[in-house]
Design a binder for this molecule. Structure first.
Ligand code: NAD
Length: 375
């Protein structure tokens, strides 16, 4: 079993799909590891460390030649995978809804594409859940990005020269990223509030010492969709939420939005009028900016100013913490590969009918086979 680890080609992508730690573990299972030269450099993993862990480091063509599996962070261009064995696995975050042509490309190339972001949210797959590992870091970094743009302090400070009041931080969307944003803002001393469409998050918000902001008594309020993810809410709920949020937002210094609905554009949560109601110098961080944005006027890859409010729209926030994001992502991939490792065949085998395999497999035998893509 030869496993190839590629250097990421996407703009601004600093992460890597295997670290020296996971290379060593994969070698321990009996795999042969080939790592493209420089693959880990932006994530603080040098070629020499991969070699010391048991990998061969070389150019892309040599790394791909005869590979049974290719590991990536973002999906590699199917045309760039020549040399991999027919039926080789491509294991990465393949953005199946956003990059459908690439999925068709893997099928046409006879590759078996496995989308890690389709990992089901079941207990057995928790250690393989790349969305959780990366969102957690994104939530943390969003608060640091907000603090860096904010011209004031987060904690209350009582000094001889007078008192600095604590920043008020409002987190919208309390999934994995939102929970970490709440915890991080609290650690920095902010006064934190949060909202979500899933009422189950109320307890979680309270347990982190933040204040829940929820619309009460409106039909269609519960936005819980399949698999614990958010679904779409009723128009009545959306109107009530907008009113509640409007009055609350006007009193906030920092707003962090993280709301996503899988397979659909991100819901719009903050309007231009709401931005205008905020104090000049306030900061809004839109973690959903690449999925269409929660905030009106947010621009992917930029920090823009509207009504004196800075709107932070960094792309690929986990990559801004490349070393930790890579370490966790690489362990997610190792946990996936090792869970299905077949000792006799010396490679991982995904049995038909297995909940994990059926969820992540996008292509096989030249066809797109993912039920979510074929719906
Ligand atoms: P996500 O990234 O899909 O969305 C972020 C949050 O935005 C969610 O909490 C969602 O409810 C919220 N949201 C959507 N529309 C909104 C709106 N209009 N207004 C306010 N908020 C809105 O979510 P996620 O981080 O992937 O987490 C989703 C759920 O899955 C959470 O309950 C999480 O704890 C759970 N989870 C379970 C497992 C597991 O069991 N293995 C693993 C990871 C996450």
């Amino acid at each position: 079993m030869k496993i190839a680890v590629l250097t990421e080609r996407a703009d601004g992508e600093k992460r890597v799909a295997a670290t020296p730690e996971t290379v060593k573990k994969l070698v321990g299972l009996g795999a042969e590891l080939a790592v493209e030269a420089g693959a880990g450099r932006a994530a603080s993993s040098e070629d020499a460390a991969y070699e010391a862990a048991g990998a061969r480091v070389g150019d892309r063509a040599g790394v791909l030649a005869g590979a049974d599996a290719v590991l990536g962070v973002q999906g590699p261009d199917p045309a760039s995978l020549a040399g991999a064995k027919p039926g080789a696995w491509v294991v990465a975050m393949l953005n199946p809804f956003g990059a459908r042509e690439r999925v068709d490309g893997y099928a046409a190339a006879g590759l078996e594409a496995l989308a890690m972001e389709f990992m089901p949210r079941i207990t057995r797959a928790q250690s393989m859940d790349v969305l959780s590992s990366q969102s957690n870091l994104a939530g943390y970094k969003a608060v640091l990005d907000a603090a860096a743009e904010y011209g004031r302090a987060f904690p209350m400070m009582m000094t001889a020269a007078g008192t600095v009041s604590a920043a008020r931080v409002f987190v919208m969307g309390v999934g994995v990223a939102g929970l970490q944003a709440i915890a991080t803002a609290r650690r920095l001393g902010a006064v934190v509030s949060a909202t979500d469409v899933r009422s189950a998050t109320r307890e979680q918000i309270l347990s982190l010492g933040a204040k829940p902001i929820f619309v009460e008594g409106v039909a269609g309020i519960e936005g819980e969709g399949a698999g614990g993810y958010a679904g779409e809410t009723s128009p009545e709920y959306q109107r009530a939420q907008a009113e509640l949020v409007s009055s609350h937002i006007a009193k906030q210094d920092i707003v962090i939005t993280t709301a996503l609905i899988p397979g659909r554009p991100a819901p719009r949560l903050v309007s231009d009028a709401q931005l205008a109601s905020m104090r000049p110098g306030s900061v809004v961080v839109d973690l959903a900016v690449e999925q269409g944005g929660n905030v009106e006027g947010a621009v992917a890859g930029q920090v823009v100013e509207r009504h004196g409010v800075r709107i932070v729209g960094h792309r690929n926030v986990p990559s801004r913490l490349a070393a930790d994001a890579s370490a966790l992502y690489a362990r997610n991939l190792f946990n996936f590969l090792s869970a299905f490792w077949d000792k006799e065949q010396g490679r991982p085998v995904l049995p038909d009918g297995d909940e994990i395999g059926d969820a992540v497999r996008l292509t096989r035998g030249g066809q797109v086979v993912s039920a979510r893509l074929l719906q």
